[in-house]
Design a protein. Structure first.
Length: 415
């Protein structure tokens, strides 16, 4: 289960909310474990020429007291078969299904309810009709409702508000982001597994490198190893001659190359992300010294990470270590990740902004909590000479922190 129920309940009580409603495909997955590959891709105009380019709407409903529920298209309802949320409301009809020509075959018992969802006529013409029915069935039509409003189409939001005229509806978009900052036990296990897959795939691929190797072969090796371990390729980017970062540019590595690599995979619909530096032979003393300074900056930050420390303090330690060693042209920072490539907390200097919606209003200089996971990273580019980079993921523990996974990065190159 991705969802941190305990944390959600605490926030709901603090902000006097009876129910949370997720409306984005990412947060519907977070609330329920439901995932359908086409949800982030398929837009209205792809079926109805001239329609808007918005994604099909779904909902996840989490009451503080009562049974959670999910609103999905009946054609994709089977994707919820293994979810912890099993109260499914559908809408419309799956017109592509025809069950009257042939006699029905026996289907597994645990799939019978999905047969019934298709076979029984839905009372709900639209997703919003189904959402209204969920709230009505749970006595929440006049409740204190937290609604994820960001990116919700204006007409859909208006319809929800008009149909729930006796409810007090508050935007909870950032509240949900704050819930997601602290990972559940299952969430953390999944992130760990994804990081392990990515790390092994990269190290195995790097071991095959030699002068005259093609960049595309390196990427292919990484893709293959990720797939062999049950993950899906997400990204593999690299620098060439210190000219920035690319994902597609072909290059034959030489024995002089020192380059930045950043890589990651998907596992259980979650991102992994890390990076390192590859030297095809002994690097120059200058580049080696600068890489060691980047490493020292990350190490200094790791030393101070514990609950109660602000993100700006972590960033400040990294930045000051670089400044003390004469480096002013790097951007040391950090970020969490999970169902999205970057999530809170973001490890940067205090920018004076607020994280706020109708429910929460806190400083963007977030205070670290036990159970947070985030990367620390810093890089430098030297035109026509190369690029150096370091990146490490940590888990905040009760008394400090620990690495998300073991990293073996000080490996000598052997052509």
């Amino acid at each position: 289960m991705f969802f941190n129920k305990k944390r959600a309940n605490e926030y709901m009580r603090e902000y006097n909310l009876d129910v949370l409603i997720a409306t984005s495909f990412v947060n519907i997955t977070y609330f329920t474990d439901y995932y359908c590959w086409i949800d982030p891709l398929f837009k209205d105009y792809m079926m109805i020429p001239g329609a808007p380019s918005r994604l099909a709407q779904g909902y996840a409903v989490y009451p503080l007291d009562g049974k959670p529920a999910l609103v999905v298209n009946p054609l994709f309802s089977l994707n919820s078969a293994d979810n912890w949320v099993n109260d499914i409301y559908t809408y419309g009809q799956a017109s592509e299904l025809e069950g009257s020509i042939l006699p029905p075959l026996k289907i597994p018992a645990h799939l019978q309810r999905y047969h019934d969802l298709h076979n029984n006529s839905s009372d709900h013409a639209t997703p919003t009709d189904a959402l209204h029915a969920i709230l009505k069935d749970r006595g929440l039509l006049e409740a204190q409702i937290g609604l994820e409003k960001e990116n919700l189409p204006v007409d859909t939001e208006s319809e929800i508000v008009n149909r729930l005229s006796k409810a007090n509806i508050k935007d909870c978009t950032n509240l949900i982001r704050l819930i997601r900052m602290v990972k559940s036990k299952d969430d953390l296990a999944s992130l760990t597994r994804g990081a392990e897959i990515s790390e092994r795939a990269a190290m195995d691929s790097f071991a095959l490198l030699k002068p005259d190797s093609l960049a595309s072969d390196l990427v292919h090796n990484f893709r293959t190893r990720v797939a062999e371990e049950g993950g899906d390729f997400e990204h593999f980017i690299y620098s060439i001659c210190g000219l920035g970062i690319t994902a597609e540019t072909e290059h034959r590595f030489t024995d002089k190359d020192v380059f930045f690599v950043d890589f990651g995979c998907y596992y259980n619909h979650q991102f992994s992300d890390t990076g390192t530096t590859i030297a095809m032979s002994n690097p120059s003393n200058e580049l080696l010294a600068r890489h060691q300074i980047l490493r020292a900056a990350v190490d200094a930050a790791v030393e101070m990470i514990k609950p109660g420390v602000k993100t700006s303090e972590v960033h400040g330690t990294m930045n000051q270590t670089l400044l003390d060693n004469g480096i002013t042209n790097s951007f040391p920072h950090g970020h969490s990740y999970g169902l999205e490539v970057r999530e809170y907390p973001i490890i940067v200097a205090d920018n004076g902004l607020r994280i706020c919606d109708d429910c929460v209003d806190i400083s963007s200089d977030i205070v670290l909590e036990t159970g947070m996971v985030f990367n620390l990273e810093s890089c430098l580019f030297y035109l026509a000479n190369g690029a150096v980079h370091t990146e490490q993921a940590v888990v905040v523990t009760e008394n400090g922190n620990r690495p998300l996974v073991k990293q073996e990065r000080n490996i000598p190159f052997t052509p």
